[in-house]
Design a protein around this ligand. Sequence first.
Ligand code: FMN
Length: 335
Amino acid sequence: MTRCRALGNVPNDLMAEYYAQRASAGLIISEGVAPSPNGLGYARIPGVYSPAQIEGWKKVADAVHQKGGKVFMQLMHTGRVSHSANMPEGAKIVAPSAISADGDMWTDTQGMQKTELPEAMTTAEVEATIQEYVQAAKNAIAAGFDGVEIHAANGYLPNQFLNPGSNTRTDQYGGSIENRSRFVLEIARQTAEAIGADKTGIRFSPYNPYNGIGYFDETFATYDYLSSELNKIGILYIHLLDGAARGKEEGLELIQKIRKNFEGIFILNSGYNAARATHAIETEGADLIAFGTSFLANPDLPYRLRNELELNAPNTATFYTADAVGYTDYKNHAA
Ligand SMILES: Cc1cc2nc3c(=O)[nH]c(=O)nc-3n(C[C@H](O)[C@H](O)[C@H](O)COP(=O)(O)O)c2cc1C
């Protein structure tokens, strides 16, 4: 989960401590990590393209492994969900088309701002961006991570390609479902080739309008197609943010359709507690459940769930601040 503690976009010792505190999770999926400077839309989020960043991530992976945990790196390119004040020199805001996300965005130097109009990527830039993901995945493995998750949810760049509201391209990356899915599927295919399909996961959030992405008519058909194609590639898992889908009949059907299409590991997330998690695993074909906010606030979450202990409440005021307060200081019964 994005926590904005990576000063200078480089992972640090405080972050290694935070992740190590949570090593009792079966699998940690990291915060969103930018595969390139263009992907750094938010203040103080980390990247994985420079030697200093790779060195920083080594400390994180080592700290988690030393405590017996496993950790995947989530590759997150923010695309049009961005502001230039957050980005390093030379980076630019890019998206499938020059259409604004029309959202609000925190910047450390200018306070709250509107997200800025992105530049439409050329076909060559789309292909270069796919290569940035592949290189970032290799860098994650070089840093000792157990795998990567391609963040294709929540309105970020891959999601911007999937949705015709943000993608009005006329080349092979826009138009039909196959074309709009091409960016995501090429990243998945080439990442799987580079680091192994068994180290490659992906995250989706169908029907979730978050970050200005909005709804579109062909949602069911798009994710039906994606899950079938990802099954052919044979990636390790699909991680579904299922909250918005559960709000509609078609969405509930889609969750089951994806489960049917995809023979790999199926992870569900959003708003789960122990009882709902058990129910989804026993009756809905889920293999794993991801816990977000509750893990943020409870470094010992498995211990607490197992022992039916009360949970710490998350402090929303410190979700995106810069220091240890509200980050590494949550009470830990198991430590
Ligand atoms: C502070 C915060 C940061 C988040 N950062 C990310 C992120 O970097 N990548 C991502 O896929 N989801 C991110 N999310 C969404 C969570 O992963 C998760 O989907 C959401 O909180 C719902 O799950 P929960 O009910 O278990 O918290 C974030 C959520 C919060 C509250």
